[in-house]
Design a protein around this ligand. Structure first.
Ligand SMILES: Cc1cc2nc3c(=O)[nH]c(=O)nc-3n(C[C@H](O)[C@H](O)[C@H](O)COP(=O)(O)OP(=O)(O)OC[C@H]3O[C@@H](n4cnc5c(N)ncnc54)[C@H](O)[C@@H]3O)c2cc1C
Length: 417
């Protein structure tokens, strides 16, 4: 089949790879000058399937309110809030019901474990190297946090994650550079989880897809799809229509705009986060893999010769204006745990990215209901962890094969409920 993909973030690139591997004629259209320039650019890189859960969870309302009142709180509301943000928040609150949360969590984790298997298979088959390290350590600063994390451990157990509750001494053996002056009550160690450079993987896999014949067209801003000819594409600036047998929309946050003329209302909203990446100054002072500070919800990742610290969740505000408070929290957490790990005088990259979030958590995969138009979007805070599995699912569905996992609740029909 002649297939077009809109968007070359991690989701579009993995989809291109799977479809071209299946023998399709694949063209990818991306408005930026390169792959992985938007949400997939500088994320935390964590691949921890047991921690892939919806942000719409029981008790979240209270957590959000407490966070709003704390100077280093992980979640913030910023002005202006659009009507889209407000309607998203109302749907999000409804999805916080226990029953809905449990169903969505099971859907996301099923996809995340499947995705990890697929990522490893692709990595091995193509011998890809993309700054990955094994192991994930969740740091618990106080006894209170150790207690609060217990329901989360039940989640890990039921998801089949391999993990151990360990004391501070053992945590310091796993990550010897952890600052001894910062109080640590204990940690959760997940030896099978990992951290890796999402953007680098996307760039490598793009080359692999190109080698198999996929064509990538950059600086091509695609206009919203048309109801009269849903499987043809034109540029937003105006151009002749290009006709395809199928279109896969992998345009992250902008997917909603692309699909609106087809009568599809996708409730996507940007939940902004920040990261700071800096060169390692002294490897002995740097993390070996990834740690997560449970109190501040900040991840510190080792990516090759760099340390990346990432976190914050902001609804509203502008996509370009960095939040000084969020950046300050990232530096604080980095200094708390790994002082002296990174060179902070030069070579620093500060980044703000928008998680393409659906209010209830899981992405939307599969047929759109419009013949020839397929969806792979809304991966929110876990797009890297879910990408390879989501892409394989699309490949199977388009090719008329049975997908490798149960897709209940991952289709567009759940959004109209
Ligand atoms: C601070 C932060 C930390 C994160 N940490 C993690 C993590 O540790 N683990 C994890 O799994 N996930 C993480 N995420 C989430 C992850 O980064 C996203 O879920 C993922 O990058 C989404 O990928 P995507 O391909 O759907 O979107 P994008 O990467 O945004 O790709 C969409 C692409 O579509 C293109 N596009 C849009 N409209 C058009 C158009 N009209 N024409 C042509 N092209 C178009 C865009 O330019 C873009 O390149 C994090 C996110 C943030 C912000």
């Amino acid at each position: 089949m002649k297939i077009a993909i809109v968007g070359a973030g991690i989701v579009g690139v993995t989809t291109a790879w799977e479809l071209v591997s299946d023998g399709h004629e694949v063209s990818v259209f991306e408005r930026r000058g390169a792959a992985a320039e938007e949400a997939s650019f500088a994320n935390a890189g964590v691949l921890a399937p047991g921690y892939v859960t919806p942000w719409a969870a029981p008790g979240m309302r209270g957590k959000v309110l407490r966070s709003l009142l704390s100077s280093h709180g992980a979640i913030k509301l910023r002005w202006p809030l659009s009507s889209r943000d407000l309607s998203w928040m109302s749907r999000w609150q409804k999805a916080c019901k226990l029953e809905t949360y449990l169903a969505n969590r099971a859907r996301m984790q099923r996809l995340a474990f499947y995705s990890r298997t697929r990522l490893h298979a692709v990595t091995e088959a193509r011998e890809l190297s993309y700054e990955r390290s094994d192991g994930y350590l969740v740091l618990l600063r106080s006894k209170r946090e150790k207690k609060l994390v217990q329901p989360g451990l039940e989640v890990l157990r039921s998801a089949g994650s391999v993990f151990r509750e360990i004391d501070a001494d053992e945590a310091r053996l796993i990550e010897p550079a952890l600052n001894p002056d910062t109080p640590l009550a204990g940690a959760i160690h997940l030896p099978e989880d990992e951290v890796a450079n999402c953007r680098q993987f996307a760039l490598l896999l793009k080359w692999e897809a190109e080698a198999l014949g996929a064509q990538f067209h950059f600086n091509c801003d695609i206009a919203p799809l048309s109801r009269a000819a849903p499987t043809s594409l034109t540029l937003a600036s105006g151009s002749d229509a290009l006709q395809f047998d199928a279109i896969v929309v992998c345009a992250g946050l902008s997917s909603a705009t692309l699909l609106r003329p087809l009568g599809l209302r996708i409730p996507l909203a940007p939940v902004y986060g920040h990261s700071v990446s800096a060169p390692v100054r002294e490897p002995l002072n740097a993390p070996r893999s990834a740690v997560m500070d449970e109190r501040y919800k900040v991840a510190i990742s080792r990516l090759g010769q760099r340390v990346r610290v990432a976190g914050s969740a902001e609804i509203g505000g502008s996509p370009d204006a960095m939040s000084p408070a969020a950046i300050q929290t990232l530096y604080k957490v980095l200094h708390d745990w790994f002082p002296g790990a990174a060179t902070l005088q030069s070579g620093i990259q500060q980044w703000k990215g928008a998680r393409p979030m659906l209010p209830d958590g899981p992405p939307v995969l599969g047929a759109s209901g419009i013949p020839g138009v397929w969806l792979n979007l809304g991966h929110g805070s876990s797009g890297w962890a879910l990408s390879c599995g989501s892409a394989r699912v699309l490949g199977d569905l388009i090719g008329g094969q049975d997908p490798g996992i149960d897709l209940e609740g991952l289709g567009i029909e759940r959004l109209s409920l």
